[in-house]
Design a protein around this ligand. Structure first.
Ligand code: FAD
Ligand code: NAD
Length: 465
């Protein structure tokens, strides 16, 4: 068996693992990263990037259809557009490939060695990597577990046949004529919307009282209205019971105990993801668990000396940018820096239509924390930019402490508001007060002005509402 030793060993080359490896390499640590798939993990290969590519392509097609039906901006018309979904998927695969190569190039630049294969721990300092070419033993001073997460399957609807996970949904050769989505969370609503725009008849089945239950109802309302316009059927308080026969209708039970049947060509199950904590020799280590996740301290140290865990395997929120920030941090700690993880300003973006952005505390979250707050809200219907984009649905809301005006949280819902997430996070990270946001000259006409206006509204000095 081949033997290798290094200072810094990363298991998993997703956003957490690949960023940890690159930063460690940049800091001069002799670094090895192991993965059995192309670098980039879930996010780059079967998650964030491919889903956003398909969401965009479906939206382009939908807009052209609107123009063809003279439902777009007056004066903008188009011939009947056509859609070759397999070409769209090919375009998406090309983007993924370019990014795979980009990460490989960054590894080379940072002198990181990429080992292909599946790693299994022998002890806290050693793994055996198995690949088609055989086995390799790698030992290291510091080890980072970045094994990510995988889709949760429902017992009543195991994956296979017409029941698919997000992974298969991203590589279909054509949009299904009818699609049932079980789970109206991030993936279900993002991909459900994309398939509806691509021409599928979509039904979203959500167990909770509302889709996107993670978000405040005010933020979800415009998304619900848009889904209705797109012809998507949303069933809340409903759980999937299985298929009627091997290839039959999807059987749903409502909270009232009623049974419904949904005819569908495909069932996309998106009821959450679970951390990958099996299959890599966890039993050989002495780790503590926190529910399904590996327990870590605020520097992502596990219960074992020299073993770190980052990204989806180390806890919520299961988001790529949180994994990346943790990856960068653990590499710096291994290189001798003092770092702790500050989770106060992790933004969330839901790439629905309209998009939702949040960072920090919501009004309800602040109330639950017993903080007296002042809230400012600016509707996009009063924004010249939103009007010129022909999308006035949504708003920006700022939550601040009443006593010293410190901004605690910022939320928005609206078309293209994902790009405001940087401004929102920066304000929170820098400890901005309402006066800082209100006193910043924002370019006109931009959606960013709505952030300034929301802060002005909270100060009782709104100019445009
Ligand atoms: P992962 O990206 O899951 O990577 C883990 C890696 O570890 C994998 O490559 C796996 O092959 C490897 N691995 C596991 N076990 C072993 C082993 N034993 N040996 C070797 N390698 C191993 N997040 C966002 O922030 N924004 C989005 O828009 C977004 N969209 C998403 C859309 C979809 C459809 C999905 C599924 C997820 C999306 N996410 C999004 C979530 C995001 O993908 C994850 O939060 C992120 O990928 C987590 O990064 P990670 O490094 O922890 O793990
Ligand atoms: P999710 O947790 O966002 O949503 C799952 C939904 O399924 C919930 O609303 C839940 O109430 C519902 N559900 C659970 N069991 C059900 C059942 N039996 N029948 C009907 N509904 C049921 O999970 P997801 O959409 O699978 O996404 C997984 C994770 O991936 C997310 O939590 C997020 O961390 C990440 N992600 C992020 C983005 C983004 O940042 N834009 C996009 C996609 C995924």
């Amino acid at each position: 068996m081949n033997e290798m030793s290094c200072q810094f060993l990363v298991i998993g080359a997703g956003p957490g693992g690949y960023v940890a490896a690159i930063r460690a390499g940049q800091l001069g640590l002799d670094t090895v990263v192991v993965d059995s798939i192309k670098p980039g993990g879930t996010c780059l290969n079967i998650g964030c990037i491919p889903s956003k590519a398909l969401i965009h392509a479906a939206d382009e097609y939908f807009r052209m259809r609107e123009a063809a039906a003279a439902e777009a901006i007056p004066g903008v018309t188009a011939g009947t557009p056509s859609l070759d979904w397999s070409d769209v998927v090919g375009w998406k695969d090309g983007i993924v490939n370019r990014l795979n190569n980009g990460v490989t190039g960054l590894f080379k630049k940072a002198r990181v060695k990429l080992v292909e294969g599946r790693a299994r721990f022998v002890d806290g300092k050693t793994v055996i990597v198995t690949s088609e070419t055989g086995e390799q033993r790698i030992s290291a001073e510091t080890v980072v577990i970045a094994t990510g997460s995988e889709p949760i399957a429902l017992k009543t609807l195991p994956f296979g046949g017409k029941v698919i996970s997000s992974t298969e949904a991203l590589s279909l050769s054509a949009p299904p004529e009818t699609l049932a989505v079980v789970g109206g969370g991030y993936i279900g609503v993002e991909l459900g919307t994309a398939f509806a725009k691509a021409g599928s008849r979509v039904t979203i089945v959500e167990a909770a009282d509302e889709i996107l239950p993670l978000y405040d109802g005010d933020l979800v309302k415009p998304v619900r209205q848009r889904l209705q316009k797109l012809g998507v059927t949303v069933m809340t308080g409903a759980t999937a019971q299985g298929l009627a026969g091997e290839d039959g209708d999807l059987i749903i039970e409502t909270t009232k105990g009623e049974e419904r049947r949904i005819a569908c060509d495909r069932v996309l199950v998106t009821v959450g993801r679970r951390p990958v904590t099996e299959g890599w020799g966890r039993d050989e280590l002495v780790l503590e668990m926190d529910g399904p996740f590996i327990r870590t301290d605020d520097s992502r140290r596990t219960a074992m000396c020299g073993v770190y865990a980052i990204g989806d395997v180390a806890g919520e929120p299961m988001l790529a940018h949180k994994a990346m920030a943790e990856g960068e941090m653990v590499a710096e700690i291994a290189a001798g820096h003092r770092r702790v993880f500050d989770h106060r300003a992790i933004p969330t973006v839901c790439f629905t239509d309209p998009e939702i952005v949040t960072v920090g505390l919501s009004p309800l979250g602040a109330k639950a924390a017993g903080i007296e707050t002042t809230i400012g809200r600016f509707p996009l219907s009063a924004s010249g930019r939103a009007m010129s984009l022909d999308r006035e649905d949504g708003f920006v809301r700022v939550v601040a402490r009443t006593d010293n005006h410190l901004v605690l949280g910022i939320e928005a819902v609206g078309a293209t508001v994902s790009e405001l997430s940087a401004a929102f996070s920066l304000a929170l990270e820098m400890g901005a007060c309402l006066e800082d946001v209100a006193g910043t000259i924002h370019a006109h006409p931009t959606l960013g002005e709505s952030f300034q206006e929301a802060a002005l509204a909270a100060l009782g000095k709104a100019l445009h509402v």
